[in-house]
Design a protein around this ligand. Structure first.
Ligand code: COA
Length: 177
């Protein structure tokens, strides 16, 4: 069932930060970067990038319940990078991932961004493609051969004219705090 309210916002307590880190670790790092796999990478909950004021680690709350997370990194040249995107399994497959991305896009636009960038896992390239991303390298994109760099122009992109956004069915939405 679609939630009545969705909120993408900064964690507000130690418990919420713990949830954010646990989702990233369990559903991104443990899955795509296990220690015995070809691309091992241990999750670091104290990574300095999370404390960069230009980077926004965000939680998605569905009817007040933590459903997922992503980070939006705002770059001075008008790009916004979407990173560390994951929903907990029970919240997948019902359009919430799309809604979370739309909320991040709204936030990026409100912050003046004109392009979104992502390093997609090959398994979810189709998800980003459904939201208007196209494969293409971008400055600072992942050097990992497993990642698929993708971009999406907002308002016509960094230099172009405005383009309308594809429609998305959204429940009651609130922007990040
Ligand atoms: C990727 C993820 C956030 C997608 O969220 P979701 O709620 O399952 O996706 P949605 O239901 O909103 O799907 C939106 C659209 O993308 C499509 N889609 C979703 N996952 C897809 C996938 N893996 N491959 C291709 N298409 C996909 C859906 O079919 C839907 O298409 P539609 O617009 O035609 O209906 C979620 O599956 C997840 O957390 N995965 C594990 C973590 C992960 O892999 N993160 C990616 C790091 S780059």
């Amino acid at each position: 069932m679609r939630p009545r309210s969705l909120e993408l916002r900064t964690p507000r307590s130690e418990a919420e930060w713990d949830r954010l880190h646990a989702i990233r670790k369990s559903f991104i790092f443990d899955v795509y970067h296990p220690p015995d796999g070809p691309w091992p990478c241990e999750y670091d909950p104290a990574h300095p990038d999370d404390r960069d004021p230009a980077n926004k680690p965000l939680l998605l709350l569905a009817d007040g319940e933590v459903a997922g997370t992503l980070r939006l990194d705002l770059k001075p040249d008008g790009r916004a990078v979407v990173r560390l995107v994951a929903l907990t399994p029970g919240f997948r497959g019902g359009g919430l991932g799309a809604s979370m991305l739309d909320l991040a896009e709204d936030l990026a636009l409100a912050s003046g961004a004109r392009a979104l960038c992502v390093n997609a896992q090959p398994e979810v390239v189709g998800f980003y493609a459904r939201r208007g991303f196209v494969p293409g390298r971008w400055e600072g994109c992942s050097a990992c051969p497993r990642g698929v760099p993708m971009t999406k122009a907002l308002m016509g992109g960094l230099h172009g004219p405005p383009t309308p956004r594809r429609g998305a069915a959204k429940p009651l939405l609130r922007r990040a705090a």
